[in-house]
Structure formats: C-alpha cells, structure tokens
Design a protein around this ligand. Structure first.
Ligand code: IPD
Ligand code: CA
Length: 273
C-alpha cells in the first residue's frame, strides 16, 4: 500500500469525473424517482453513478471495502482496513428538480483515518481534492482556507437534514442556528450539496459550514479537503468530528471559535445579536 495515497487519489479523481459526466449527460432528463422518506428521494442516476464508481474502484483496488449511500456497507476482504466512502450524487433533490448544484464525493479511509478525498462538481468541471500530507487542490492548483477572521465578513453555508419537518427542536432541526448565523454572518447559503459546501471551505471559496444532520458520505471526502487546506473540523462541542455523529463545523482557522459560540448560544440561551 502506498503511504502517499497518490495512486488512490488519482483513481478517485478519474472515477469522480466519469460518474460526474454520466450525471451531467442525464441532467434535465426525466428520472424515475423513489422516495426513501418525505423529502429523501433517490433517482435512477444515484444508483447508476454508485454502480459505476464501485465497479471501477473494485477493479483498481480488489479487496477494499465500500460504504456508499445507496447500498450501505460492504466489508473488504481478508485483512483489509481500507474503506471507500461514497456519495454517488450529493444533492439528489436538486438533481431531480434540475437545480444546478450537485456533486460526486469519494473518500478513502484507512484504519479509521480519512486519507484521500475528491468532490467533483460536473456542471462547472470543478474538482476539489486532497490526500494526507499533500495539501488541498482546486482543479489541480494548491489552495488554502480563507483569511476572513470575523463572522460579519464570513460567507457561511449550511444544510437541513431530511427530518426538518418532523423534528420540533429548533436546535436539532437547524432553524435555531440558522436564525442566529444569518443575523451575524455576511451571508448564509443553503445550496443543497453538503459535500460541495464543505469542500469550498478547504479551498477558501467560503469561510465556514455547519450542519447537524449529515451522514458519513456527505462529509468524508470534503473533510480531507478542509483538513489539508489548513481548516478546522469539529462537532458542535468543539471535539474531533465523528463520521457517525451527524454534526460538523468546518471553517478556516480564524472563525471556528466564533461559530462554536453561536451554536452554543442556543443551548445556553446566550444572546449573539
Ligand atoms: C443531502 C445534501 C444536503 C444536506 C443533507 C444531505 P443527498 O444529501 O447534502 O445538502 O443538507 O443533509 O442528506 O441526499 O442529496 O445525497
Ligand atoms: Ca449526500
């Protein structure tokens, strides 16, 4: 196994581009839609993209495990401690409505550590990528997180879990944090692809992201981009994020503390405005 994960990242980039091309080609064509929940849907393209990605990665790295949004977890063979974490189409609701924001997200985890990640936006041909120790790149160019040091100058992004209509607690359904951040930040965007929104923080396109309803495949690849771009990643308490823990704050190094305070204000009832 290579220690630099160059070969793995190279393959992830090729496969993300190939899956992205498939999604782009079919964007705007009518899709078979199945509902997993009231809002949570899956199109034929989620499945086709996932099949393509897993097929290509399995051929390149036989024995590796997979953890993908539509098919769930599949352990690797033998002693393998390598797992590819895949969102074949992040932004499915957008895709089904021809709203042009979606991505393909592919991460590699080795012995519990995220070591490589690729997030691809096929409509703009933007590739956000990183591997452990190699820095973060956007379309092959090295990039870092932004230098913005105040929330009032920060462009933030967030998202809402699919339980937003059934979860009554505003701290859990994100309406509480959203109301606070939108008053103190320069602006808050909610574009519908968490993988893209998080990856943008790592390359300095946006300054911070938070969400409390994430799944591992929404965040894994983009977390590598943020970490390698010099950013900070925690849960809402400031502890190291857990892929299964649903929560993530991803920021440049300078606004993390302020974001933690705004999130904590809902719990402690502190005024932030
Ligand atoms: C969703 C998107 C959305 C986020 C949700 C995710 P999907 O993923 O990333 O931005 O707010 O939490 O579930 O279902 O489009 O792959
Ligand atoms: Ca997703």
């Amino acid at each position: 196994m290579s220690a630099t994960f160059e070969r793995e990242l190279g393959q992830a980039l090729r496969v993300a581009r190939e899956a992205g091309a498939l999604l782009k080609e079919n964007f705007g064509k009518s899709q078979e839609v199945e509902y997993k929940g009231r809002i949570d849907l899956v199109t034929e393209m989620d499945h086709r993209s996932e099949e393509l990605i897993i097929g290509r990665l399995r051929a390149a790295f036989p024995g590796d495990g997979f953890w993908a949004e539509e098919r769930g977890r599949e352990a690797g063979t033998g002693q393998s401690d390598r797992v590819w974490i895949i969102d074949p189409l992040d932004g499915t609701v957008n895709y089904a409505h021809e709203y042009p924001v979606f991505s393909v997200s592919i991460a590699l985890q080795v012995a519990g550590e995220l070591v490589a990640g690729a997030v691809y936006n096929p409509l703009l041909d933007d590739m956000y990528a990183a591997r452990k120790g190699g820095g973060a790149t956007l379309n092959g160019q090295q990039r870092r997180g932004s230098k913005v040091d105040k929330l009032e100058q920060a462009l933030l992004a967030t998202g809402f879990g699919y339980d937003v209509g059934s979860e009554p607690d505003p701290e859990k359904n994100n309406l509480g944090p959203f109301a606070r951040f939108i008053r103190v930040a320069q602006a808050v965007r909610r574009a519908g692809s968490a993988a893209l929104a998080i990856a943008k923080v790592g390359v300095g396109r946006t300054d911070g992201f938070w969400e409390g309803g994430l799944r591992p495949w929404d965040m894994a690849a983009a977390m590598v981009v943020v970490g390698e771009g010099g950013g900070l990643l925690t849960d809402y308490t400031g502890a190291a994020p857990d892929l299964g823990g649903r929560q993530l704050i991803a920021t440049n190094r300078r606004i993390h503390e302020e974001m933690l305070l705004v999130l904590a204000a809902g719990v402690h009832g502190t005024r932030t405005t």
